[in-house]
Design a protein around this ligand. Sequence first.
Ligand SMILES: Cc1ncc(COP(=O)(O)O)c(C=O)c1O
Length: 364
Amino acid sequence: MSALANECGAINLSQGFPDFDGPEALREALGRHVMAGHNQYAPMAGVLPLREQIAAKLSRYYGVEANPDAEITVVPGATEAIYCAITACIRPGDEAIVFDPAYDSYEPAISLSGGVTRHIPLTLPEFTIDWDRVEGTINSRTRLIIINSPHNPTGAILRDADLRRLEQLAEAHDLYVVSDEVYEHLLFDGERHCSVLQYPGLRARSFAAFSFGKTFHITGWKTGYCVAPPALTAEMRKVHQFVAFVAVTPVQLALADFMAEDPDFAAGLADFYQAKRDLFCDAVANSRFTLTPSAGTYFQLLDYSAISEEQDRDLAERLTREHGIASIPVSVFCEQPFDGHYLRFCFAKTDAVLKQAGDILCSI
Ligand SMILES: Cc1ncc(COP(=O)(O)O)c(C=O)c1O
C-alpha cells in the first residue's frame, strides 16, 4: 500500500511508521559513535551498556529483573527476535497457536520450521481472545502460543485476566510463549501494559520481543531485543547467530547513551500518541465511518459498513487511487475469510497530516 500511495501521491496512513523524526540527542549520539570509529561487529548478544540499560528499563517499568548476559539479546528488529524464537521452539509437525488478525511475520517462521499454524479468530467487536476456544485447540502437538499486545492491527490490548489464563494454560500444557510487545508504551486512557515478564509462570517459558523503532520513532534503525530465561535465550541465540549474528554497533551505543540520559522518554509516549489518536478520531467523527477508539498501538480501525459493501482490499485500493488516502485492509492479517469491514489507519503522523486525512475521510 505504501508503494501504491507513493504512485498515487496519496496521504499514507497505511504502513506503520512515524512521519516525524526520533529525538535529536539520539540521532546526534549515532553520528558521534560512527565518527568515533565504533563501526565493527558488536558481541553477538549486543553491546553490554545497552543490555544494562535494557535491564534497568525492565526493572523501572515492570519491576522485573533480567540478567543482561544470560537473558537479554539485542537484535536487528523485533522481527528477527520473533523469527529466532519461533525457530528455536518449533520442530516439524509441532503446532503453534496464532490469533487472527495477526501480524504477518509469525506464520512464515512457523511454516519454515515445518510447523503447523492453528489460527484462532479474535472475537469481535472488541477483538478479545476466547480462552475456552484456545483450551479446546490445544493438543499433544501444541508447542507454542504467540500473543501480541497492544495488538497490530486492531489496537486491542490484553489485560491481567488474559495473562493469568494464558499462564495457567501454558503451565498446564507445557507450552512456550512468544510475546510480541513492540507497542508496550503505547496504551491509552490510563491502561497499563501487562508484560509476560511480570507473570512468573510465563516468565519461565516466554520469549518477549521489543522494538526500539516504535519507542524512539526510529523504525528505520531496525533494532530491538529479546528477553527470555537463560535456557531459552541460549536456544534463541543459536538461531540468531546464523540469521543476523549481531545488530548494528553504533546504533546500539547511541541507544545506550540516550536511555541513560533520558530514562523517562518512553513514559511520555502514551500521552503523545493519545493526543494523536484523539485528534484523528475527532477529525473523522463527522464521517460515515464508525470507530471505537483504539486502546493501544498507533493504529485506529475504521468500520466502513455504512459506506460500502466492497471487500476491504478493493476499498483500500480505491480510496488510495480515487481519494488520495492509503490504509491497510484488515483481512490481509487473516488466514480465513474475515467477517468485519475494517480499514487500519496509522496515526503516527504530524497533526497537519491527520487533519488533512480527516477532511478526506469526511468527504467519502
Ligand atoms: C506487531 C509488530 N511486531 C513486530 C514488528 C516489527 O518490529 P521491528 O521493526 O523492530 O522488527 C512490528 C512492526 O510493524 C509490529 O507491528
